[in-house]
Design a protein around this ligand. Structure first.
Ligand SMILES: Cc1cc2nc3c(=O)[nH]c(=O)nc-3n(C[C@H](O)[C@H](O)[C@H](O)COP(=O)(O)O)c2cc1C
Length: 194
C-alpha cells in the first residue's frame, strides 16, 4: 500500500504507529501552580548546544496547552524522563484540566525542588533536564507549536549509575508505541564497525 499525504488521511494515526518507539518527556512548568503533562512528539535535537524539541498542540477549546502557555511566560521547564513504575501517573497527567488546577495535586504526583529558579522535578524520575526556552517554531498549516529548549542542568538519580566516575547510567524507560506503551527491556550492543 502506498499512501499519498495530499489525500485526506489521518496523519496522526499513521505517523504514531510507525515512528516508534517515541520517548516521553514528562514536562513540569509553573505559573500560579505547578503543571505536569507528558509529550511524545519529543526528541533530542543537538548536543552542542544541548537542545531538545517538543511539539505542543492546542487544548480542545483552541487555547494553547498549559505547558506551552507556562513556558512562554516563564521561559523555563523541567523535562523528566519517567520510569516504568510511573507509567500510570504519567498517563493520567495527560488529562485536560483547567489552567488553575494542578495535575500534581489532582493525581497525587510528588515533586522535588532540585534547582532554584527552575520548576520542580517529579519525585522518583530517574532523569530530569532543567531547560530554558530557546526558540518557538511556526510550522505553516499546523496548530502545533514546536519549541526548542536548551538544557541548563541535568539530574541523574544515584541508583542509575553503572559507573559514576565515567557518567555511565541506565534506567527502565517507557516508550510510546502508537497510543500504547512499551518497556524497552532488552539491550542489544551495537555491532562493531570495521
Ligand atoms: C504519552 C503521551 C504523549 C503525549 N504527547 C503529546 C505531544 O507530543 N504533544 C501534545 O500536544 N500533546 C501530547 N499529549 C497530550 C497532552 O499530554 C495533553 O494534551 C495534556 O492535557 C496537556 O496538558 P497541559 O494543558 O497541562 O499542557 C500526550 C499524551 C500522552 C499520554
Amino acid at each position: 500500500m502506498l499512501l499519498n499525504f495530499s489525500d485526506n488521511l489521518d496523519n496522526y494515526k499513521l505517523m504514531r504507529q510507525a515512528i516508534i518507539p517515541r520517548p516521553i518527556g514528562w514536562i513540569v512548568t509553573e505559573d500560579e501552580n505547578t503543571n505536569i503533562a507528558p509529550f511524545s512528539y519529543f526528541m533530542a535535537l543537538t548536543s552542542t548546544p544541548p537542545t531538545m524539541i517538543v511539539s505542543i498542540g492546542q487544548k480542545s477549546n483552541g487555547e494553547p496547552k498549559d505547558t506551552l502557555a507556562n513556558i512562554r511566560k516563564t521561559k523555563k521547564c523541567t523535562i523528566c524522563i519517567p520510569k516504568e513504575s510511573q507509567l500510570e501517573k504519567m498517563h493520567f497527567s495527560a488529562k485536560e484540566l483547567a489552567h488553575s488546577i494542578s495535575e500534581a495535586e489532582t493525581f497525587d504526583i510528588e515533586l522535588n525542588k532540585k534547582i532554584e529558579n527552575f520548576p520542580d522535578m517529579v519525585h522518583g524520575a530517574p532523569v530530569a533536564f532543567f531547560c530554558e526556552l530557546k526558540q518557538e517554531l511556526d510550522i505553516e498549516g499546523s496548530l502545533h507549536k514546536p519549541i526548542i529548549v536548551e538544557i541548563r542542568h541535568m539530574y541523574i538519580d544515584d541508583t542509575c549509575f553503572t559507573n559514576k566516575e565515567k557518567l555511565y547510567f541506565e534506567f527502565d524507560p517507557i516508550a510510546r508505541i502508537g497510543g500504547d506503551y512499551s518497556f524497552l527491556g532488552t539491550k542489544i550492543p551495537a555491532p562493531k564497525m570495521h
